[in-house]
Design a protein around this ligand. Structure first.
Ligand SMILES: Cc1ncc(COP(=O)(O)O)c(C=O)c1O
Length: 389
């Protein structure tokens, strides 16, 4: 069995990548360790790169149809990992999940409609409804036993006036794995109040050992009927730049509305490399995925140990899936702006600012991306301790 190397550093500066090459614009300097945007500092897998190179050997890049091999590999992946028996007709390519959420908002809600999200949450969930002329309704998550929990009485009160829920399953930030019981309760509430649910499952393939992902549509008949599930190999295999995502819709009426809108708007096919890369990932990627997830789990353990030994005042929500930890520095008694300044200018780290995940309630919180070689994580944590302790 091949042993993949996740320790090997890679040089990404100057490759027009968001993670390194946008730091100067966003943080005012570029000599930072980038522990922010959700892509990993691991090489994209060799079998994906080989498949892309191989496709380039045929020197025509004309319009492509959706390859049957891609659909087969995707269906097999969904069946094996999530017990989803999808017909080809129930799947539709989308060129990215953020774009897919915008399409769902535009096609399935009306201008002015309210859209429910649970905060703190991945910032586009907050910005997209507004950009589409809809209104965001935020239900703040609770922190219970070191993890996020839905405040169901608040959630239901707000759901009653909303038309759609955008759910991060698992949750970004903190990689909370929701589980069947919580999702069934969400489904019941959304069903009673007539919401369509967009379940964004982009982080699901990276569910860490000891946790198991439940796909939203599988929790009940109601969930199956009222949901769209968005998935992608982009985070798992570090191929987000390919723009290769999928939407699964089981209900025929919902499918006619959403897929019909996509086709009408010309979002019918993807680009050649999106299909080739995803097919290679789904058909050859299981061993790589497992080893990568084990590596992430060891990074999570390293983070936990470091914080308890060197920065016990940080209150941390450790990921149960994926690589995004949520750090709360309130106990340091500093203002948010002072913390942000020290993190950038003393620790020289780029972290995501907590307030972008839902506003002022998340002052003094920052999101840390630990999808990187362990040495890089260790250096980031040492710098953080030196700057704050
Ligand atoms: C929950 C979630 N959804 C969607 C995305 C982005 O998806 P895409 O690049 O396919 O638009 C991210 C990236 O961080 C994410 O965390």
């Amino acid at each position: 069995m091949k042993k993949y190397d996740f320790d090997r550093p890679i040089q990404r500066r100057g490759t027009d990548c968001v993670k390194y090459d946008l730091m100067k614009t966003l943080y005012g300097r570029d000599d930072l360790l980038p522990m922010w945007v959700a892509d990993m500092d691991f090489r994209s897998p060799d079998f994906v790169m080989d498949a892309l190179r191989n496709r380039c050997n045929h020197e025509v890049l004309g319009y492509a149809t959706v390859p049957a091999a891609y659909t087969d590999a995707l269906r097999q992946w969904l069946q094996t990992h999530y017990a989803i028996d999808a017909e080809s007709s129930e799947l539709h390519f989308i060129p990215g999940i953020v774009a897919g959420i915008a399409y769902a908002l535009l096609s399935l809600t009306q201008p002015g409609d309210k859209v429910l999200v649970t905060t703190p949450v991945y910032p586009p969930f907050l910005n997209l409804p507004t950009a589409c002329g809809r209104q965001v309704e935020c239900s703040p998550l609770l922190v219970k036993d070191g993890r996020f929990a839905i405040d169901f009485s608040d959630f239901e009160r707000r759901a009653a006036r909303c038309k759609m829920l955008i759910l991060s399953n698992p949750h970004n930030p903190a990689g909370t794995v929701w589980g069947a019981e919580v999702l069934a309760r969400v489904a019941d509430i959304c069903d009673r109040h007539g919401l369509t649910v967009v379940s964004d499952e982009i982080h699901a393939d990276m569910t860490l050992p000891g946790h198991s992902h439940v796909s939203y549509s599988t929790v009940s008949e109601a969930a199956r009927r009222h949901s769209l599930t968005f998935m992608a190999p982009s985070k798992t295999f570090n191929i987000a730049g390919l723009g290769s995502s999928t939407c699964y819709v089981a209900d025929p009426a919902l499918r006619r509305r959403f897929f019909g809108w996509l086709d009408g708007m010309g979002v019918a096919g993807g680009n050649i490399f999106a299909f080739v890369g995803a097919e290679a990932a789904f058909s050859q990627g299981e061993e790589w995925r497992r080893q990568m997830v084990d590596y992430l789990a060891a990074n999570v353990a390293a983070l936990r140990t470091f914080l308890s030994e060197h920065m016990p005042r940080v209150s941390v929500l450790l990921p149960e899936a994926s690589y995004l930890a949520w750090l709360d520095f309130s106990a340091y008694g500093m203002t948010h702006d002072d913390l942000a300044d020290r993190i950038v200018n003393k620790a020289r780290l780029a972290l995501n600012d907590g307030t972008t995940f839902g506003g002022e309630a998340f002052r003094c919180c920052f999101r840390l991306n630990l999808g990187c070689p362990r040495a890089m994580l260790t250096e980031a944590l040492e710098r953080l301790a030196q700057a704050l302790e």
